[in-house]
Design a protein around this ligand. Structure first.
Ligand code: BGC
Length: 440
């Protein structure tokens, strides 16, 4: 019975080579529809930034707010692809001890942005003795703000939040310019003349900038972590004379196959109908899909071991299983076979593996869509930089992604290189501030 259930699940979750190619061409269509002003699930936001040349230099402030932590640093760009992140601070958005959670709907925009401005203030006070800052304090320090949510901008220094995702719900931010909210909070802390917010950028764009600062051949960057998204260097963006980095907001792509589990998760989420690609594949949702599948198996009588699960989770509670739990299950050496029957322990692993494999295949398909848009006959080399906890931390994920790309690209697979780009958000935000300054 269990084996039959697993086979059926495998059929539902598996993505054939044909399906990969179909998803890739649908992704390309959605990109092109959006670029030409037609309705599409891809937003294709211009970042108002070109690729760096690696020689941008100076001292900048950087702030990164992406969902679970806020981080800030002083970044020294030294040119020739070299940089230093100094006085780095990271603060969780939620503090279990005090019960404070800046992502909650009960928290106001002012409270969240005062908290973010406070982190910048702390970095500045830690760094005031630093010689690099002393020598460059002729004017306010330019700040690059990496903000990893869907926002619309018409200039590099603004960002109107369209909607929250990744289960952040802070009140009073949707529809507002987060640049204005942050600048007002900096003013309230007396930092108005010390710091000048110069650039707001998405985390895919910061990943792009950091990797491209060292490797000018880079043309695509992606985050595969709590959330998912991809950006690329568009040669012919409407309204732009020079190439510009475009944030596709690929997490909202709507044309990949759904299982009943995906449909239910979407319907019962905070933002039904939105981010449907992300909900099939990113770290925020893989654990939840896993929980729903295992619970369903158990309700159908296929699985009995839920009373002693190998993951520390309450199976009836939504989002109680994280991507990290799945990684642990995949690494499990049958040590829980005492608690869970051996075949069920094996089944948990197989379900976790099917979900992570599908995730990597979907991402690969979207990359092929981007590459085909840039280079329809695949005549040139392309490099994709990837950051994010799922890509870096899920056992076998990077390999599944490479396999999916090679199978689909066949003899041209050697032309697409995928490389890990770790921890580039703060440096990328600083490079964005440098590029925005050059533009003025
Ligand atoms: C957001 C993107 C972001 C991605 C990765 C998604 O949920 O919509 O803007 O780039 O997560 O953090």
């Amino acid at each position: 019975m269990l084996e039959q259930g697993l086979k059926q699940l495998e059929n539902e979750l598996s993505i054939s080579l044909n399906m990969t190619l179909t998803i890739a061409s649908r992704f390309q269509e959605h990109m092109e529809q959006s670029l030409s002003g037609r309705v599409s699930s891809l937003k294709m936001f211009p970042s108002y930034l070109q690729a760096p040349n690696g020689y941008e230099a100076g001292t900048f402030l950087a702030l990164d707010f992406g969902g679970s932590n806020a981080r800030a640093a002083v970044v020294e760009l030294r040119g020739a692809g070299n940089f230093l992140e100094l006085h780095k601070l990271s603060r969780p958005l939620s503090d279990p001890e005090s019960g404070r959670d800046y992502r909650a709907a009960s928290v106001t925009a002012e409270e969240l942005f005062d908290f973010l401005a406070g982190i910048i203030q702390e970095v500045l006070s830690n760094s005031s003795a630093h010689p690099t800052l002393k020598s460059s304090t002729s004017g306010p320090l330019p700040l690059g703000f990496a903000f990893s949510f869907p926002y619309r901008q018409q200039t590099i220094g603004e960002g109107f939040l369209l909607y929250w995702n990744k289960e952040v719900e802070t009140s009073g931010v949707v529809g507002k310019d987060v640049g204005h909210l942050l600048s007002a909070a900096l003013e309230r802390r007396g930092l108005g003349s010390v710091v000048s917010l110069t650039a707001i950028i998405n985390d895919t764009v910061t990943t792009f900038l950091t990797a491209a600062y060292q490797d000018p051949s880079l043309d695509i960057a992606s985050i595969i972590g709590t959330g998912h998204n991809t950006c690329y260097l568009e040669q012919k963006a409407p309204g732009f004379e020079a190439p510009v980095i475009i944030n596709t907001e690929s997490g909202n792509f709507s044309d990949a196959p759904d299982t009943p589990y995906d449909q239910r998760l979407d319907l019962e989420s905070d933002n039904p109908g939105e981010q449907r690609f992300e909900k099939k594949l990113s770290g925020k949702y893989l654990g939840e899909l896993f929980r729903r599948i295992v619970l369903d198996f158990s309700q159908r009588g296929l699985f009995s071991g839920l009373n002693n699960p190998p993951a520390p989770a309450r199976w009836n509670q939504p989002y109680s299983i994280s991507g990290k739990d799945l990684a642990l299950i995949l690494l499990e050496e049958d040590s829980h076979s005492r608690l869970v029957p051996r075949d069920e322990c094996f089944a948990l692993k197989r379900i976790a593996h099917l979900l992570t494999k599908r995730s990597a295949q979907l991402v690969a398909a979207s990359f092929i869509g981007v590459v085909r848009h840039l280079d329809p006959h695949l005549d040139h080399r392309h490099t994709v930089a990837i950051d994010g906890s799922l890509y870096k931390g899920m056992p076998g994920y990077a390999q599944e992604l490479t396999v999916a790309l090679s199978e689909a690209l066949e003899s041209k697979a050697g032309l697409v290189t995928v490389k890990m780009s770790a921890g580039g958000s703060l440096t990328g935000a600083a490079i964005a501030a440098a590029l925005a300054k050059l533009d003025k």
